[in-house]
Design a protein around this ligand. Structure first.
Ligand SMILES: [Zn+2]
Length: 231
């Protein structure tokens, strides 16, 4: 498939990450860009321990405050230029997260790939499903991997990188679940990410994916939408 960009959007727990891994496996010239994972790597990279900006973002991250949109935009833009320069397509799971990020990234994506090579897939799940999934979520400890598994897979080899998955849920995942259960992260999605997605949907081809279905069925729906709109 010719390079392009697939933007998977939806609530935390909608399955964006899992589906993005599968897409990148199916289309080897597409790279999965996980914004959350990239932010985590940067704010915890010891090489930047003295960098005041990284320290500011590290505090925001661990205080569960959304990272500064302009800083996130900078990272995302840099990666878009890099991968499009390499002739690679991109699968985004969790970007853009805010309207300013969408406004900054959209013209760059159009520039690098062309508007008809951009596809928004809205993975729809109920807040209840999203919350329940985040309750059992486990993330691969390999910083370069960060595969999103479930508690059932604890201690088993990571399907993505082969490292053993953690034996118990990390604190970070526990907070994320708490934020889902008390509604904070759902409101954040509705107030920031939803408007960012609406902005993209106005300009780009988009399709709705029923995220309540099984992982395989969701992947089937995604492949149909990709083949129809990007092949
Ligand atoms: Zn892994």
């Amino acid at each position: 498939m010719k390079p392009g960009v697939i933007l998977l959007m939806g609530l935390p727990g909608a399955g964006k990450g899992t589906q993005a891994f599968r897409l990148a496996e199916r289309f080897p010239n597409f790279v999965h860009f996980d914004t959350g994972g990239e932010i985590f790597r940067r704010v915890t990279d010891p090489a930047f321990a003295d960098d005041p900006i990284i320290q500011r973002e590290n505090k925001r991250y661990f205080n569960k405050v959304l990272n500064t949109p302009s800083w996130v935009t900078e990272i995302v833009s840099e990666r878009i230029r890099y991968y499009s320069g390499q002739g690679k397509g991109l699968v985004f799971s969790g970007s853009p997260r805010t309207p300013p990020e969408a406004q900054a990234v959209l013209p760059l994506l159009e520039d690098c790939y062309g508007r008809d090579r951009l596809l928004v897939l809205e993975v729809v799940v109920s807040p209840e499903t999203a919350t329940e999934r985040s309750r059992t979520r486990l993330t691969c400890n390999n910083k370069l991997c960060r595969y999103g598994a479930t508690l059932e897979q604890r201690g088993k080899p990571c399907p993505e990188c082969g490292n053993p998955l953690p034996q118990e849920q990390q604190d970070e995942e526990k907070w994320k679940y708490e934020g889902m259960a008390d509604g904070t992260r759902i409101r954040e999605f509705e107030q920031l990410t939803q408007p960012a997605m609406e902005l993209l949907k106005k300009r780009l081809t988009h399709a709705r994916i029923d995220g309540e279905k099984s992982e395989d069925e969701v992947f089937g729906q995604i492949l149909t939408a990709v083949e129809k709109n990007l092949s």
